[in-house]
Each structure stands twice: as C-alpha cells, then as structure tokens.
Design a protein around this ligand. Structure first.
Ligand code: TYD
Length: 136
C-alpha cells in the first residue's frame, strides 16, 4: 500500500440559492462500500487525533466545518493535506500511518469507513507498523 493511492476526491455539488447539497455514494464517488460513519467534533485547540494505521480499513475523511490537517505516511513517503471544505474529501487506503492536527475552532471531521469498528484492525505502535509494512 502506497501513499500515492491516497487522494483528494471532489464530490458532486448541487448548487442552489437555498443552500448547496453534496452527496457520497459508496463504490461510486469513493472506492469502497460504506459500513460506518463517525465524526470528531469539539476538538480542543492543539489536540492531535489518529496516530495509528489500519490493516484492512478504507476511509474517506471529509471536513464538514472549519479546517484541519491530515498527515499520511506509508513508511517511505509522507504528505500533509489541508481539508477545509465539505465538497471534497481524502481517501486513505489500508496500511497508512495517519494523524490529524491543526483543528480550527468548530471543526467537524466526518469519516466514512469500509468496516465496522474492530480494535484488532488498528496498529497503534509505529514500530509495529514499520515492521508489518516491510513484510507486504
Ligand atoms: P480512535 O479511533 O482510537 O481515535 P483516535 O485515534 O483519534 O484517538 O477511537 C477513540 C475511541 O473511540 C476508541 O477507544 C474506540 C472508540 N471508537 C468506537 O467505539 N467506535 C468507532 O467507530 C471509533 C472510530 C472509535
């Protein structure tokens, strides 16, 4: 799994004077089916979230309000993506170390996930991540 598979995806926008509308269909606008949705909110300034990788989980991260940064790392390359609009999001493939920081006041981070919550899918130790990715 390489960081080059992680990409910002533009979402459909139905512009309307009454308010704009965006939608996301699994296997259509994003490259996986959606089994779970969760969101981060009321994040205190200076907080970091994430600091882990997933063995099998695909995720799509959307900034619904405010802004934040997502840092990605595949063990060889890393990049930072600033998310600040609800009409695009970041696809994160499995086996990518990630953390989120630089949350603005009022930021809401919505994550679409390909699987239900499963703690055994997490790699929370970076040394373990680097060992596992070296065997792929
Ligand atoms: P976690 O994914 O570890 O967040 P972070 O890496 O940003 O700290 O989740 C924090 C806690 O929330 C963890 O104890 C498990 C729980 N949790 C669920 O119960 N279901 C979920 O879908 C998620 C994402 C987390």
């Amino acid at each position: 799994m390489s960081i080059s598979k992680c990409k910002v995806i533009d979402l459909p926008r139905v512009a309307d004077a009454r308010g704009n509308l965006t939608f996301i269909e699994g296997h259509n606008h994003i490259p996986f089916g959606i089994k779970r949705v969760y969101y981060l909110y009321d994040v205190p300034g200076g907080s970091d979230r994430g600091e882990h990788a997933h063995r099998n989980l695909h995720q799509f991260i959307v900034c619904m309000s405010g802004s934040f940064d997502v840092h990605l790392d595949d063990g060889q390359k890393n990049k930072r993506i600033h998310l600040n609009r609800s009409y695009f999001g970041l696809y994160v493939c499995p086996m990518i170390w990630r953390y989120l920081d630089n949350f603005s006041s009022g930021a809401v981070c919505m994550v679409l996930a390909s699987e239900n919550y499963d703690e055994s899918d997490y790699i929370r130790d970076r040394e373990v991540f680097l060992k596992e990715i070296a065997t792929l």
